[in-house]
Structure formats: C-alpha cells, structure tokens
Design a protein. Structure first.
Ligand code: V55
Ligand code: FE
Length: 497
C-alpha cells in the first residue's frame, strides 16, 4: 500500500505524480512553434516512487524522472520515464522504500547494502553519443534518447574510479571535451576530489586527485579555456555525523569560501586555493580567463539556500538571507591568496544558464530564474518558487524580464540558438511553467531577443510536471551521433509519418 504522509513537502502542487506517459503532438494553446527547431529538450524532475523509509524526506532524495520534448517541423511530442537506477529497481521489486535518508547509507535497510544509492535526479546531458542522467553522489545512468528507457550505469568504460561524478560537467565547445569531477570521490563524506577530462569520443584522457581545505559539497564549478575552478562554500561534510545518522551536510558560517584553481589537465601539486569571507553559491553561469585573471559568474547569497541542511550552530533557517545575486568572482593567478567579488545584477535569482556555444569563453548573455524584481510585489513566492524568467547581460547588468502570471512558477530556462550560426543569445528560451491554480504545467517558448514580449508558443500539458532541476537541448543532428550500446534494445515509439 502506498500513502504519502500529510506533509507540506507533498502538499498540493508538490504532491507526487509517479506518472510515466507519452503525448504525441502536444496541444499548442498560443502562438506557433518555430518550425526550424529540430531537436529535443531533455530535463529531469524529482518524483518519489515511494514514501520515505524514515519519514524525514526531502526533495533531493526523490527519484529522477526524465521528460523529453521532441521538436520537429513545428510539432512537439512529450514523453516521461523514471530512470531505472539500481535503487529504483530494488525498491520497485520490494514495493517500498528500502533506502533511508538523503545521502546517508547508515539509514538503509540492510537488504540493500552494496547497491548504489544514486537517484539520477539532477541533470541530463549529452556527450559522445550518450544521453546521461546524473546525480553528484554516483556515476551517471545512460538513457535511450528516443524511448527514455534506461540502458545502464555508465563509468566511462571503467576509467572513472571516482565513485561519484558531478551533475554539472561542462562541454568545451572548442574541443568537444567533457570536463568533470567527483567530490566525496572515495565514498560519502570523504574529502577527495577526482578531476577528469574525456575527449570528444568519450575516452578519458586526464585524471587528477585533489584535496580541498575542508570537505564540503561542490555542486557546480567553472571550466575556462585554461583553468578549472572548484568553488567551496561551507556546506560541510563529516563522516562521524553521518555514522550517527545525521545530515550529510551542515552549514558552517564560520568558514571562508574558497576557490581551488588548477590549470586544465593539471595535477595535484598545481592547485591553489583562494579565499574570501563566508558566503554561499550553488550554480555557475559561466567562467572565462585571460591567461592570468580567472572569472567565475555565479549567484551569491549570504547563507545556504537549502532549508533541509541545518546550521551547525542550530540557528533557524532565514529565507531572506538566501537571496542570491549574480556576481563575478575574480582570481589573479599571479596575485595574492584571496579572490574578489563584484555584483553584476540587482535582482535575486538562480538557475543561471548561457548560450552553451560560449562556455569557457568571454560571453555577453545569460538566462536565469528570478525570485524577485525590486519594486514588483506581485504574487510573493511560496516556498522559494521562482516568479520571473530573465535574460541578463553580465557585462552591463541589463535585465530583460518575463512574468508568466500570478501563481505561475517557471523552472530553469534552456537556451536554443535560433539557427546554426546565430549570434550569441539570439534564439529561444524553453521554460516549464507550473500553473499552480490550474494544477497543470506548460512548456513555453520565449524569444530571447524580446523576452518581455511573452511566449512565441505555449505547449499545454493536461497534468502537472514535477519540480524540475536541470535540462539540455540536444539538436536533431547531434542525436544521430548517438551510440548504439551493445545489448541495448532500441524500441522506437510513434514516429512522424
Ligand atoms: C543539489 C541537488 C541535489 C543534490 C545536491 O541543487 C545538490 C543542488 C537533486 O539533488 O543531491
Ligand atoms: Fe544543479
């Protein structure tokens, strides 16, 4: 029997859906889908298959479900499938949750000892012909991009000995390399960081093992032409606390923020850590360098944005202190031991994205979700939901804002160039919007050259989509490069006539 407890984390629009399905040719209730958009928008959402085993659940501990919106000739087909992680498969067979608290293996049913705990619930990205669903506590899971069926765990053919791989790898557009790392690389709450690069064919070409000044979550990072940067903000880890059944992360406001800067493909003796006072950041918009100065653009708040990780001093969670403002962190690799910070944008938000063709390089365009716009008090956000979609110019601080309506919650925007060779930022933003009062979601298509004008197309889903994290656009031409894994059966669904 399945019954989700009467808890605010499962209430109303946040109630689990647990629904897998296909909609051939979504209804377009407004505007026209640009017919030249040929490709698929993949995203991941959090949807618990079973109520928590320990009654202390939080969203990062929910199963990952992939959704795809396949664009072709002005039509859009929808599909959703759970990722069949080893954990999902074990719990489905038992018809109950067997794994315990978020990232704490000491709270699991002994029957699942040794089964990987990863949920593949954070990002879905495409590299070297593979679509990979990922969470930072484990290896990614390969997904069939047509059917969304699970192919299996992917560890780069055994080359990645780190037990973990970030959900925020970066593709270097100049070389096609996948640049990635794992923290807690030797197991939960271990300090080690493993840094990898894989070439455009997916073969691992570089590995370096590093140690941070203190062990903490490293959720996102920056990759530039010549450097990689590990941002350490103090959501600290401690294996003894984990053993005692405690939270894998706690916020320690007494610690400095640190940036570990390492030349691309460098080794452990080349990393330097730069410091500044305590602060919080999660997602990186982009990074770039001029050979000496290294810049990392990221929304910065005064404390952790996550209410479910306690403060080490027991201080209660203050949602206003979590407001994050897009800022630029700069390290002088020939200078002192500290890094500088300059605020770029005056409206708080998160989920920064760019035109990925400009990853690692100087850039002039970004997209974000905003919680607030100064002077605009419409629909105060419940539970930190976002209210606005924004296009930002980091160099000037200019912000172009779209408001999707009262009690409408936009998720992370995804940029798609208008056509191959379009100039930076000239294209579309794809955004899932929750219509909280209608208990329904839409996918909207915004023109990034005039976001405020409203959607060029609105694709209506007849049900709610779950709270989503990250997603990516994969061009139809790129999808044809996909690998055909041995033994995997590719079942084709409805194909356009
Ligand atoms: C994040 C999300 C996670 C996680 C760690 O957004 C960090 C940050 C969905 O899971 O496990
Ligand atoms: Fe993330």
């Amino acid at each position: 029997m399945v019954r989700f407890p009467d808890s605010p984390i499962y209430a109303g629009f946040s109630h689990p859906m647990r629904f897998e399905g296909d909609i051939y040719d979504l209804e377009c209730i407004q505007g026209e889908v640009p017919p030249q958009l040929e490709g698929t928008f993949f995203r991941v959402q959090l949807d618990p298959q079973y109520p928590a085993r320990n009654g202390d659940d939080m969203p990062f501990n929910w199963d990952g479900m992939i959704t795809s919106f396949r664009f072709s000739g002005g039509h859009v087909d929808f599909r959703s499938r759970y990722v069949r992680t080893p954990r999902f498969v074990a719990e489905r067979a038992a018809r109950q949750a067997l794994f315990g608290s978020y990232r704490n293996p000491y709270t699991d049913d002994p029957r699942v000892a040794g089964i990987v705990r990863g949920l593949a619930n954070t990002n879905v990205y495409f590299h070297a012909g593979r679509l990979l669903a990922s969470k930072e506590d484990s290896h990614p899971i390969e997904i069939d991009p047509d059917t969304l069926e699970t192919v299996g765990v992917f560890d780069w053919d055994g080359a990645v000995t780190s037990l973990t791989a970030t959900a925020h790898p970066k593709v270097d557009p100049a070389t096609g390399e996948l640049v990635f790392f794992g923290y807690a690389a030797k197991g939960e709450s271990t300090p080690d960081i493993a840094y990898y690069e894989a070439d455009a064919s997916g073969k691992v070409t570089h590995e370096a093992w590093l140690l941070p000044p203190y062990p903490a979550m490293i959720h996102d990072w920056a990759v530039t032409e010549h450097f990689v940067v590990f941002p350490l903000t103090p959501l600290v880890m401690d294996h003894d606390r984990l053993k005692a059944g405690g939270s894998p992360f706690v916020w320690d406001g007494s610690r400095d923020a640190c940036l570990g800067v390492l030349p691309r493909k460098g080794g452990p003796d080349e990393i330097r850590w730069y410091r500044n006072s305590n602060r919080f950041a999660s997602h990186v918009m982009n990074g770039f360098d001029d050979g000496r100065l290294v810049h990392v653009d990221t929304p910065v708040g005064t404390t952790s944005a996550f209410p479910f990780f306690p403060d080490v001093t027991g201080k209660p969670f203050d949602p206003t202190a979590t407001r994050a403002y897009l800022s630029r962190w700069t390290v002088d690799t020939e200078g002192g031991e500290s890094f500088e910070e300059a605020r770029l944008v005056g409206a708080p938000g998160e989920f920064p994205r760019i035109d990925d063709r400009f990853a690692t390089k100087p850039y002039g365009f970004g997209l974000m979700s905003l919680t607030d716009v100064p002077g605009d008090d419409r629909f105060p956000p419940p539970n930190g939901a976002y209210r606005f979609v924004a296009a930002v110019a980091p160099e000037t601080g200019r912000v172009d804002v779209y408001y999707p309506g009262d009690r409408c919650a936009p998720q992370e925007p995804c940029f798609v160039p208008r056509r191959p060779g379009a100039k930076e930022g000239d294209g579309y933003a794809l955004v899932v919007v929750g219509r909280l009062d209608e208990m329904r979601s839409d996918l909207i298509v915004l023109d990034t050259t005039d976001l405020g004008a409203g959607p060029v197309a609105t694709l209506a889903l007849p049900f709610r989509l779950r709270y989503g994290l990250h997603g990516n656009w994969v061009d139809a031409t790129m999808l044809t490069t996909r690998s055909a894994p041995e033994g995997a059966t590719h079942v084709t669904g409805d194909e356009p006539a």
